[in-house]
Design a binder for this molecule. Sequence first.
Ligand code: ATP
Length: 308
Amino acid sequence: VFQLSVPLNFLGSVYRELRQSLLDMETLFNLQKVNLAVKDKPDAKPLLLTAGEIKFENVTFGYRPERPILRNISLTIPAGKKVAIVGPSGCGKSTILRLLFRSYDVQSGRILVDGQDIRDITQESLRKAIGVVPQDTPLFNNTIEHNIQYGDISASPERVREAAKRAHIHETIERFPDGYQTMVGERGMMISGGEKQRLAVSRLILKDPPLLFFDEATSALDTHTEQALMSHINSIIKEKARTSVFIAHRLRTICDCDTIIVLREGEVTESGTHEQLIDRAGVYSELWSAQETLFAGNGEPGDETRKE
Ligand code: ATP
């Protein structure tokens, strides 16, 4: 028995590693287009996360060098604070998250996490520290339970259920034909965009990373479910003082952030609290008024920030 258990344990850990890399790949694909040109330096060190402060210093980046998407951007996302990035479609919001995840390297300037240039640390340690709820969460061809468990493959079924409850999806799952054992993914049951978003939040709750990124994470939910989920996300962030970055078109979901950064054509045009930006009577305040007018008329606020 003893002789057998060693290789089995070994296989188990290989399996866990493999599943974890699948999870990382998933996040990578979500942030779109894996860039194999991004490599660890030979002397790369693991990230030493202390408070969780993120800084962009004069960052310029374009997917093609001749077409800059971000132009000399400097911004600070203070440790334990909630920051929102807003702006018209295509202005580079998701690009900021992709750079932070180091799916690409900056052309000039630098990105620091707790004072460490992310090009000097291992990609593995950086990505372990980050949890993303992306615009669209791909599902694995597996059960709902496994799909949530990808957040932390060592999680017990009880912890999976606890996370699902906190992400307001537990009761929906219980109503699925085989509950947590229902198969999803391409060959399984089709689930809605809002259900996918809540599965992604369940995964994030299980992974419990220090840096949290939400890219239009609640856009497919109705206002009531969105508010309930946001209030839970907010309580996690507050309780654990997690540094978090939100990208959202619906300004109502982010107006309570500690700082709101307004991007336009690859530059920061305004930043401050909701009140400060309303007083400034600039781009944010205009967007806010437009969305509120729509909201009052029972429209779907948020879409008017899109160009198309
Ligand atoms: P949205 O609100 O619509 O999600 P966004 O502000 O998040 O938009 P990004 O996704 O950051 O915008 O894209 C910024 C610009 O970069 C867009 O013009 C987009 O077409 C372009 N872009 C994004 N990804 C790539 C890529 N892999 N290769 C080339 N161009 C890209």
